[in-house]
Design a protein around this ligand. Sequence first.
Ligand SMILES: *Cc1c(COP(=O)(O)O)cnc(C)c1O
Length: 354
Amino acid sequence: MEIRIEKTTAPKAKPDQKNLGFGHNFTDHMFVMDYTEGKGWHDARIVPFENITLSPAAMVFHYGQEMFEGLKAYRGKDGKARLFRPEMNAKRTNDTNDRLCIPRLPEEDFVEAVKAVVKVDQDWIPTEPGTSLYIRPFIIATDPFLGVAPSKTYMFIIILSPSGAYYASGLAPVGIWIEDEYVRAVKGGMGYAKTGGNYAASLAAQVKAHDDGYSQVLWLDGVERKYIEEVGAMNIFFKIDGKIVTPMLNGSILPGITRNSVITLCKNWGYEVEERKISVDELLEAQKSGKLEECFGTGTAAVISPVGKLRYKDDVMTISGGKIGELSQKIYDEITGIQGGTREDKLNWITFVE
Ligand SMILES: *Cc1c(COP(=O)(O)O)cnc(C)c1O
């Protein structure tokens, strides 16, 4: 793939690394590539970050034909910029595209585009502990047409956002609301696809959980509302009686790359890992009998998010005494160590930007 590069003539001032938060600041450049039916993906370019112009009739505004990805670039102690398993994001992009009738993207082009745009803006990768450059690739349907059909034209864009340490003062446990009214996805739907519609569907429950003082929603299956699925933007793990248990991928759960990495690490460390159905009743039982040892969410943003409290209807379960579990901390240290280049990358998970 040939990428044309047009550098900005007006570089922005970089934000204060101590107050980055998440998703507020954007770098000087973005990657853009167009798709036209008959011509395929073409005109790959890196251009100054700027507004885009679309017809108000563009299909993405009406029927939600869009997908996105999320990954990060990390600045190691050695000064080198690293990506964590970007080929997994490329593969997942095509799985999402297939579900949404968006044309596939050559996976090597996806990784090349990410590397190229991060390289141009690599001075934007923050260096404070826990910070990173969040990478947001996405595809939108751009045909100006109100009929319901797959669009014939698309834009693939990658924007970059320096982001702060997820946990300002170390790993902090969160409270999670097990949602028993709304559902996020069902088998046969698009729960496994990374697409905005799934998030639009989740907002009402999130608002309800926030109003009650919980930071995130844990979804149950859409049919029986009995089995655990996943948290808002994270997969979920439990340590029950020494074993690691996580819901199996069933079509309605997003196959997280962090989830996959955690399963691999735990197996390598000799833990028994079970991917299977887990009912809320099983959790309540395990908690009552003292066997629910740890609970944590996994995702690119936080890596590991320890859960200190789980609410289901009138039951509030406190886990690990509301503190960080030993295994949660061990996994967090290992993954962030590999990402930052302070731990050996035994599984070849790192791609250098150059
Ligand atoms: C992105 C995402 C995750 C986490 O995936 P990672 O690849 O680990 O970042 C989990 N659940 C949902 C709904 C997501 O969109």
